[in-house]
Design a protein around this ligand. Structure first.
Ligand SMILES: [Zn+2]
Length: 284
């Protein structure tokens, strides 16, 4: 009799623990109508994590190494081992190396691929891993829209055609994240020529609350024309502190200063998070 009541106690304790875990997960999963965008602190490179109001998650690029895993563990719950959408914007190592580690640790639902072909061993490894992931694969091309649910979506602005043999930065996948009246311009390493081409195509529709300064603040991106049309409230440099390229370039710093745009910098600020309620974007 005494033994059965002891077992009953253990079963009740286990049931209570499971109920607590489900309760914790349910609270954690409710986004309360908020979109969260984090520019991860992965050193010299890009990696952007999006947590949509629906709970759908997107990872744009994975930085230069496995440091992306530690960064993801800070923005995702420990029990979450899947990411809905992955976007390798182009084959350069500072954008895709970390994605090899991400594919090894997370289940990916959809991969929006750049059409440009790489030539490095890293790119070939990523291609092999992507082909074995079992994810839906879509080529990132202008007009493609990824619905993130509850009014949030990602639209591909560039390239406007498949560019398998183009220079990698020129062909990188430029996206604009939209939620209600707020938006984020995520312009990978696109050079000024592409930025100015987008101004001709989209004009005032480029306006966004946050601009990821193209190509880590290189002088080859952030043309005054493009920055003027995007007209962001904040600009972000995604870069490593001791990068050998001198990013951000003084020319880019001067352009953003001329437009009175406050800048944030993953080197100085670490991971940078913005939260949108669909009306305003605030830094967290
Ligand atoms: Zn880059």
């Amino acid at each position: 009799m005494r033994r059965s009541s002891k077992w009953m106690g253990i079963v009740l304790l286990i049931a209570l623990c499971i109920a607590c875990l489900i309760w914790y997960a349910a609270i954690r999963e409710d986004r309360h109508g908020l979109l969260t965008v984090t520019f991860l602190n992965i050193g010299q490179g890009d990696s952007i994590f999006i947590d949509a109001p629906s709970g759908r998650q997107v990872l744009i690029d994975g930085g230069p190494d496995s440091s992306v895993l530690r960064q993801l563990s800070a923005v995702m719950p420990w029990y979450d081992r899947s990411i809905d959408v992955m976007i390798p914007t182009h084959p350069d190592a500072d954008h895709i190396s970390g994605l090899i580690d991400v594919l090894a640790h997370y289940q990916i639902g959809l991969i929006l691929q750049s059409s440009v072909l790489g030539s490095t061993a890293t790119w070939h490894t990523l291609e092999k891993d992507i082909s074995q992931e079992g994810a839906q694969i879509v080529t990132g091309q202008r007009g493609e829209i990824i619905d993130l649910g509850k009014g949030a979506y990602l639209e591909v602005l560039s390239p406007d055609r498949p560019l398998p043999n183009a220079e990698t930065n020129t062909a990188c996948v430029v996206t604009r994240l939209v939620y209600g009246n707020t938006s984020f311009m995520l312009s990978c390493d696109a050079p000024k020529e592409i930025e100015n081409y987008l101004v001709r195509l989209d004009g005032k529709a480029l306006r966004s609350d946050v601009l990821k300064a193209g190509h880590h603040g290189s002088k080859n991106s952030s043309s005054p024309l493009f920055v003027g049309y995007v007209d962001p409230t904040y600009a972000v440099y995604s870069r490593g502190c001791d990068n050998k390229y001198g990013h951000p370039n003084q020319e880019t710093i001067d352009t953003l200063a001329k437009f009175n745009i406050p800048t944030l910098d993953t080197c100085k600020d670490g991971a940078i998070t913005f939260v949108s309620d669909g009306e305003t974007v605030k830094r967290r």
